[in-house]
Design a binder for this molecule. Structure first.
Ligand code: B4P
Length: 194
């Protein structure tokens, strides 16, 4: 299996680039954000609980997210690899993911981290709020709260993978195609070393 994490702050383009990556490399896309939004749309108990956190710009509790990832794995037993998008977002999630993969005698090949300035991120998210109506993108205070959560809870995930020498920075500003080219370069380099 070839497993990648696409990492970066809210609005850095993880969802956008994931579509291109899975189309080119045949990986299974695991976006915790998309899975949570599906639960919300179906008004499941998990979705109703998740919405109350997401609308405030907070993270959904680890045990909820990890349980969801575990059952997604079960549904995709024959995957050639996974692209993790928006997961892990806390150190506890990263450690849970490492253990789940270890059980399958597998590991993360690389963490690709999209680097984008905060000013550009706010612009993108407010713009998406207008076009998609996503409730966590409409209010600038909620967006700023998500950045604070990212700094406090998600940045330690970067440190974890830096120590394991799996972390690669990618320039996340430019056109979608330019950024995709940087991502492909990093992936192809990794694949050639395997
Ligand atoms: P996510 O769904 O993961 O979304 P995101 O971080 O807001 O955005 P992403 O980086 O995917 O941005 P996108 O490509 O869409 O999370 C939403 C919420 O779910 C979280 O706040 C949290 O509450 C919860 N959640 C999710 N996972 C969780 C977890 N593991 N644990 C706990 N809670 C969790 O791009 C954004 C915009 O920019 C788009 O409009 C796009 O068109 C535009 N864009 C993209 N690339 C561009 C470019 N190169 N130039 C200009 N615009 C660009």
């Amino acid at each position: 299996m070839f497993n990648l994490i696409l990492f970066g702050p809210p609005g850095s383009g993880k969802g956008t680039q994931s579509d291109n990556i899975v189309a080119k490399y045949g990986l299974v896309h695991l976006s915790t954000g998309n899975l949570l939004r599906e639960e919300i749309a179906q008004k499941t108990p998990l979705g109703i609980e998740a919405k109350s956190f997401m609308d405030k710009g907070q993270l959904v509790p680890d045990e909820v997210v990890i349980g969801m990832v575990d059952s997604y794995f079960e549904k995709h037993k024959n995957a050639v690899g996974f692209l993790f998008d928006g997961f892990p977002r806390t150190l506890a999630q990263a450690k849970a993911l490492d253990s789940l993969l270890e059980l399958k005698k597998n590991e993360i090949a690389a963490v690709l981290a999209l680097e984008v300035s905060e000013e550009e991120l706010v612009k993108r998210l407010l713009n998406r709020g207008i076009t998609s109506g996503r409730s966590d993108d409409i209010n600038e205070d909620v967006i700023r709260k998500r950045f604070a959560v990212y700094s406090n809870e998600t940045k330690p995930v970067a440190e974890h993978y830096k120590k394991l020498k799996k972390y690669h920075s990618i320039k996340g500003e430019g056109t979608v195609q330019e950024i995709f080219n940087f991502i492909c370069e990093a992936i192809d380099k990794k694949l050639n070393l395997m």
